[in-house]
Design a protein around this ligand. Sequence first.
Ligand code: PLP
Length: 382
Amino acid sequence: MIYFDNSATTQILPEVLDTYMKTSQRFIGNPSSLHRLGEQAGLLLQKSREQLAALLDVAPSEIFFTSGATEGNNWVIKGTAAAKRPFGNHIIISSIEHPSVSETVNQLAEQGFDVTRVPVDATGHVQPEDLQPLIREETILVSVMAVNNEVGSVQPIRAISECLAAYPNIHFHVDSVQAVGKVPVTDWLTDRVDFATFSAHKFHGPKGTGFVFWRQGRKIAPLLAGGGQENNQRSGTENVAGIVSMAKAFRLALTDSEQKTAHIRAVKDYLMASLASFDKVRIFSEHSDTSAPHILCFGLKGIRGEVLVHAFEQKEIYLSTTSACSSKKKVKSSTLLAMGVPESERTTGVRLSLDETNTLMEAEQFMIVFKQLYQQFSQINS
Ligand code: PLP
């Protein structure tokens, strides 16, 4: 089996699973309970909060646990809209955000918010000079992801932060899901970022766990009301084992990340160069430092992405169309659309997403299968 779908989800690491199991078995209390078992679970949560905060160089009180990035993105956006409505109703997002951002602002638009989408260039990057003129007095939120999940474009978060420095009242949110362990944290968690959202299953942690970095002094409304957990901001009994093992997975993801990304980039470079040598292949990801090391999006002319995905599946090679979320809904890639890719090519998009466990040998096996499929499809199309 070759697994090239790590942007959809990653496999939980054995040592992370071990932590999950042991924590579940040994710490059975509800952190809100008054007795000793509750207190022990609560202390573990606090320790995990401190570990995550230390790795991000922020305060533990700025970390809030969630069920994942879809919840985190909904919370930051809807929470900002609710808290800042008296000051304005204008929201800016990039035109290539994940549906957990773009669909959330669509809901807000139905409630009277004014949403502007900042365009991207042909390589899938927001240009800060395009963002600046869109800012208005009523703008309350700017949301731009750190790394695009479909083509891997790394967004210029530092430059956007500089552009937003003159507007301290605007919340700046960065969906950081695809950046963890792949792009240095200092590149996207700048002093100007107010909110950043994370999901454990994208960095070898458990599914259904995530967290939000929420800069002190900013105000958003809670998304979930109830028992008042997470400092009254996010109710619901905390997933203690998930959180403890997420903190471990996050530490492991950031350990030796330079070495790991150099390896991943070498595998991606090999795949990119090999695929580019075929006439009917179009590469949608950029070959540069502003493209994440782990995501490679390409298309084979005249062949729908899902056809290629299923053909590879027959050989136990797992890929996805441009993103796992949209592939089942049969929506065409919004990122490729925003990049100006013609309609006929947008349907061909296939995404390979790598991690440090993938090898050059797997990439070579992938290319052997690709060559066979290329010949088969060329015969059918000729
Ligand atoms: N944001 C980005 C960029 C993603 O790639 C994903 C998942 O694919 C999400 C948000 C949603 O994360 P979760 O699966 O934790 O809800």
